[in-house]
Design a protein. Structure first.
Length: 185
């Protein structure tokens, strides 16, 4: 969307009952903003991608290498453990209480409507969440543990406010269909 990619400084996700959608605002380091409407369907797809098998390499990369390194080299395993601790501390230091800076220049006249979401891995093994809007514009969000944590935390809060469920249960045993006939009196 922008010619020079820039990092995300702030993320804001809120429910708008008049639209019955979530509004995702990405505040960038250059003090600009991208706003994207997320329908319930797109929100559930993002949730599934962030928690599914596709996202596991991002979450498990350090754990898998730790298991291998312990057997091979304790020093490298301890170094990897230190990196995990550092990553966990950065997640703990994320600020979910500060107000979103609303004085940003918007990059589009109106918020984009996401109609498709994909998880893409580049040749450099960087994973992106790509939101494609109705007009064909694509917003790529580089994923790491901190971004995944922030997005899932905000999605839980916003969907709770919206009254949406995020869990998509496809287990046939858990689904119960009422086949009895109801009679109105």
């Amino acid at each position: 969307m922008t010619p020079n990619p820039t990092g995300i400084e702030q993320i804001n996700l809120g429910y708008h009952d008049q639209e019955d959608r979530l509004l995702l605002k990405l505040g960038l380091l250059d003090k600009t903003e991208i706003a994207v409407w997320l329908s319930r369907r797109i929100t559930k797809a993002i949730w599934a991608l962030l928690h599914g098998d596709v996202a596991e390499p991002i979450k498990q990369a350090k754990t898998d290498t730790t298991k291998t390194l312990i057997a091979d080299n304790k020093a490298k395993a301890l170094e990897n453990f230190a990196q995990e601790v550092k990553s966990q501390k950065s997640i703990e230091n994320m600020d979910f209480r500060a107000d979103y800076d609303a004085n940003r220049q918007t990059l589009t006249e109106t918020a984009l409507l996401a109609v498709q979401v994909m998880m893409i891995t580049t040749a450099e093994s960087q994973t992106h969440l790509e939101l494609v809007s109705k007009n064909g514009q694509a917003i790529k969000i580089a994923l790491n543990q901190e971004i995944i944590h922030a997005l899932t935390n905000m999605m839980q809060l916003a969907t709770r406010e919206a009254g949406w469920d995020l869990a998509l249960n496809t287990d046939a045993k858990a689904l119960k269909v009422d086949t009895s006939q109801h009679v109105l009196h």
